[in-house]
Design a protein around this ligand. Structure first.
Ligand code: ZN
Length: 417
């Protein structure tokens, strides 16, 4: 039985001047961790908080549910024994540039060491980044070995066809002034839209302009690194990289209406090959399901595409999304390069992506890109021709010619069975 006495009233954090003065200041972009100040998103001791929102992205809602259901004690503090990163990352010069990284906390993996003085004083500081190691088994990689495109080397690729990786999970930490500048909007307009369009979920967005950091309730990112993660920051080491946006239907379930999993596994094969040749490979996977429109919207669009007059056609591909969602895409690649700068990356030798939005965001942020690697034609599922041709016509990278209007209109997808 919990012995904790429930509070008599709800403590609001939406008005200034009521905290105990124990919240550390955040100086975003300061090159030193202590000078920058820790991110304190705990709900345990509210006087220590210096952010809007809380940890774990969208999973914070499940934590609240667990508290409501009585299965989690309010104020539980994480025991972080033995949780430190398997590989040290940084600090890199990019960490000390406030405008270079605005959507993640560069010190988020190292809080236990760099904020030890705060932890000793009782501050509840949680990592927003975790670094671990794994072996990954993929049927496509076994296939690549069977067809002698890859061979086990006992280092990057083991004899059981598993690949050795370092993997990193990152939660979003938004510095609102920097995020606003990235989108060329005023901070006030950004705060107001975030407040109003989440149904008023975070009143501090509009009442606490003194709090500049927001932990948004959205999905984060996962990195898979092949080879030495520290080599990512060395522009003389050949880097093969793919920045991939989540597509549950294809990535996990093999749905054939798009190229997501075939392109992802092709990129992993390229990353392994590159790491075996003395380079390093990176997959940066963002939780932005269905162009960040969500899977319900995505499936509605599939229906609208398949049922429209003339069937599923490449020349109507973007129009059908826009009809349902109001926009063609909500992924907004503007924040995506932050994680590359966090890793110290200055040059991507081989970018395994055809997306012009991603290419423009990466190069526009100051990272050089060498070769762009398209998905091999034989890996494009028949029903995904609609998507890939529509994207090439809209500006995706190709080594062939972009389809003209008549060719685009002739690319058709399967009908519902
Ligand atoms: Zn997909």
């Amino acid at each position: 039985m919990p012995t904790e006495i429930p509070p008599r009233h709800i403590r609001l954090t939406s008005h200034p001047g009521q905290s105990g003065g124990g919240a550390p200041a955040i100086r975003w972009g300061a090159p030193d961790a202590i000078e920058r100040g820790p991110i304190v998103g705990t709900t345990t001791n509210r006087s220590q908080r210096n952010v809007i929102g809380t940890h774990s992205g969208s999973y914070g809602v499940y934590r609240a549910l667990a508290v409501a259901a009585g299965s989690l004690t309010r104020g539980h503090r994480a025991d972080l024994t033995n949780t430190s990163p398997t590989d040290a990352i940084g600090p890199y010069p990019q960490w000390g540039d406030a405008e270079r990284i605005v959507s993640i906390d560069p010190w988020g993996a190292a809080v236990a060491s760099v904020y030890e003085p705060y932890l000793e004083q009782g501050y509840d500081i949680r990592p927003t980044i975790a670094v671990t190691k794994a072996h990954i088994h993929l049927p496509e990689i076994r296939h690549a070995i069977a067809f002698q495109r890859l061979a086990a080397d006992g280092r990057v690729l083991l004899s059981d066809a598993s690949a050795v990786v370092t993997k990193v999970a990152l939660e979003p930490v938004w510095w609102l002034p920097g995020v606003a500048r990235r989108f060329a909007v005023s901070e006030a307009d950004l705060r107001r839209a975030l407040f109003e369009e989440t149904g008023g979920m975070y009143p501090e967005l509009v009442t606490r302009s003194d709090i500049e950091v927001f932990l948004p309730p959205i999905g984060g990112q996962t990195l898979y690194v092949f080879g030495d993660i520290r080599a990512l920051a060395d522009p003389s080491v050949t880097l093969t990289a793919r920045v991939h946006d989540e597509c549950n239907g294809s990535d996990v379930f093999g749905s054939d209406i798009c190229t997501c999993r075939p392109y992802l596994t092709h990129a992993i094969e390229e990353c392994i090959r590159g790491a075996q040749a003395g380079g390093v490979g990176l997959i940066a996977y963002s939780r932005k399901e269905g162009r960040a429109l969500g899977e319900v919207t995505k499936f509605l669009v599939y229906n609208a595409r398949k049922r429209q007059e003339g069937g599923d056609r490449a020349d109507k591909y973007f129009l059908r999304t826009e009809c349902v969602a109001g926009v063609q895409d909500m992924r907004f690649q503007e924040l995506m390069p932050d994680v590359l700068h966090w890793l110290g990356i200055r040059r991507i030798h081989r970018l395994v992506s055809m997306s012009n939005d991603k290419y423009d965001a990466i190069t526009g942020s100051g990272i050089e890109v060498g070769e762009r690697v398209k998905i091999p034609d034989e890996l494009v599922p028949a029903d995904a021709k609609v998507e890939i041709e529509a994207k090439i016509a809209a500006g995706y990278f190709t080594d062939g010619s972009a389809p003209d209007d008549s060719r685009l209109a002739s690319v058709k997808g399967r009908e519902f069975e």
